[in-house]
Design a binder for this molecule. Structure first.
Ligand SMILES: [Zn+2]
Length: 129
């Protein structure tokens, strides 16, 4: 007993495997925060659907009548749909590749396509709508 070194747990050291599980769970909760919760069927707290399928697009309800970055209204030929980047499919409900964002041409081609706006940033700005 005497002189025994404290265990790793007593030192607050978390084994690597536990850290891995922790970070995966953190990542999952972060993704749920951004795109909704698959366990609730991607619904809002009031039970209404978070997404709608329009033609071949999966769209966030209420975020299609303006650019979700700058708020530019949907005047003719001003806005376009940008598909989620292939590398970011994990940020789409059920990895759906038809997930789209509504962007003005500037934010679509100048920023999203050029990589200056990330999918995560778009998911955060969607709160404007
Ligand atoms: Zn814009």
């Amino acid at each position: 007993m005497g002189g025994a070194e404290p265990s790793l747990a007593e030192l607050g050291v978390v084994p690597r495997t536990m850290r891995g599980v922790y970070s995966v769970n953190m990542q999952k909760s972060r993704i749920r925060e951004l795109i909704g919760d698959e366990r609730r069927g991607f619904t809002n707290p009031d039970g209404s659907p978070m997404y709608e399928r329009v033609k071949h697009h999966l769209r966030r309800v209420g975020t299609t009548n303006h650019c979700i970055v700058c708020g530019m209204p949907d005047l003719p030929a001003v806005l376009a749909f940008a598909h989620i980047h292939f590398d970011d499919l994990h940020l789409s409900p059920r990895n759906d590749p038809t997930r789209v964002f509504r962007l003005c041409w500037h934010h679509h081609h100048g920023c999203y396509d050029q990589g200056y706006i990330s999918t995560v940033e778009l998911l955060e700005t969607r709160r404007l709508g």
